[in-house]
Ligand binder design. Sequence first.
Ligand SMILES: Cc1ncc(C[n+]2csc(CCOP(=O)(O)OP(=O)(O)O)c2C)c(N)n1
Length: 553
Amino acid sequence: MIYPKIALAQSIIEICLAKGITNIIISPGSRNAPLTIGFAQNPNFKSYSIADERCAAFFALGIAQQTQQPTAIVCTSGSALLNYYPAVAEAFYSQIPLIVISADRPQSKIDIGDGQTIRQENVFQNHSVFNANLTEEASVENDLKINKAIETAILQKGPVHINAPFEEPLYETVDALLVQSKITHSEEIIGTKIIDNIEDIIPIWNTAKSKLVLVGVNEANSIDEQIIENFAHDPSIVVLTETTSNLHHGSFINSIDTLITPFDDADFKAFQPEILITFGGMIVSKRIKAFLRKFQPKEHWHIDTLRAYDTFGALTQHFVMKPNDFFKALLSKTTFTQSDYFAKIDKIYDLRKTRRKQYVDKIPFSDFKVFEKVIESLPQNSQLQISNSSAIRYAQLIDIDKSIEVFCNRGTSGIDGSTSTAIGAAVGSGKQTVFITGDIGFLYDSNALWNSYIPKNFKIILINNGGGGIFRILPGHEEKPVFNTYFETSHNLSAEHLAKMYHLNYLTATDTKSLEEAIKNLYSNNDTAGILEVFTPTLENDVILKQYFKELI
Ligand SMILES: Cc1ncc(C[n+]2csc(CCOP(=O)(O)OP(=O)(O)O)c2C)c(N)n1
């Protein structure tokens, strides 16, 4: 076996191995040579080489999102490290274990005029769950910090930063370890399985006639079928699911905006819940946030092993446990309450679904139509990755087959790494992955395609509406040059040459017929990854979407 001669690098590698980290994404550089040499030539690791650190970090995020295992990214000193920041912030807010390992110069060489040298220690302080600032010599103190960093990433589900100063020579190797690294094990502290104050909440639950369950970003199959059935049959419960909640039942409201956009204040007042229960991560629907901030519930309980955001200014309790454990405990001790809360909403939602079908059937070729066609033709059991921002919002309007798991970088809602994340997720899950993206997000992260790991069955559906379509949808849109230049950033670019450069299959569609044909071709060829670029009418998309909400009544 080949090891780097620098003992500190040996310690980092050995502790990563002991902690079960297997995926290492390395970006090129000299200062990190001891780590690169050690990781890349050790068969216990799967190392990936990705030059652009921003893409490398999002690729790692995608792997970690799928495997739920910490994934390491390794880079050289200087601005290389700062390019990890967007993915670090996304990992922080999406609760994904990401291990940043940066090579640095010794502290005495910082700010004295050396090249590729910046202040690296604690550079992610505001968006990380632990920062290990190592010293140059291998030591027990350093080992403890490395252990702590990796354990914290796992337990707190977030990004950590290990900063390792190395002095030249950097490339020397040895064939035996020079150090015996210290490995520590801390007790896993996931929330308890008991609700401490269950006797207090049972009467509140049993008497509340309106209970709203709202589910954000959530792992598929994390809630028992029995609990789902219980929700579905309790007349006092309405369940609102977002597309990223991966939670399905025929009686759940799976398109929140379709239900509530036509509501007036009297409807909202009638819909105001006594108890709001939330679990999962970020909520996409702006309208549900606005509603619950204005018509606050008496009780808002959030269930999560780690965090509880007071999203609606009404949080009354944080149950520090897994949602499944919470509901198992609660529902076994509570009864159904007489109520017409569900029945009333269900009736309205039935009407909305009829109206939606009528509307979608009659609309011309547009972003909305494309989403309908693309989503209905997704392969069963595939994974769907979606970019920000109108893409995920359109997806929220359309039924998605329950065998398909859906993901979107909603931690920071950035457009800066969706493609890289999707590719990492395809690699991490091994599943057929389809990525739906807008043009600006796609162009932004086009370096995502610059690696040799894109699975052959990876499909990109690029909806090219000539710019940031979301800005036409948001209030404030006025058709002026300032809008086109500074908000929409309109363009006439296409992915054709990028596809050629990266040897990807390239298809286009410009109307419903060519779209249907292209979708068939896209999935029938699994010899090379492919891009289907769909050109939609820039000036009509937002009009068609806005009209949808008017015709739901
Ligand atoms: C890194 C970053 N910069 C800017 C934004 C603001 N932003 C949100 S959506 C968007 C435009 C997205 O356009 P496109 O990818 O074409 O998708 P569409 O809205 O047309 O679906 C921008 C610039 C952001 N979310 N992230």
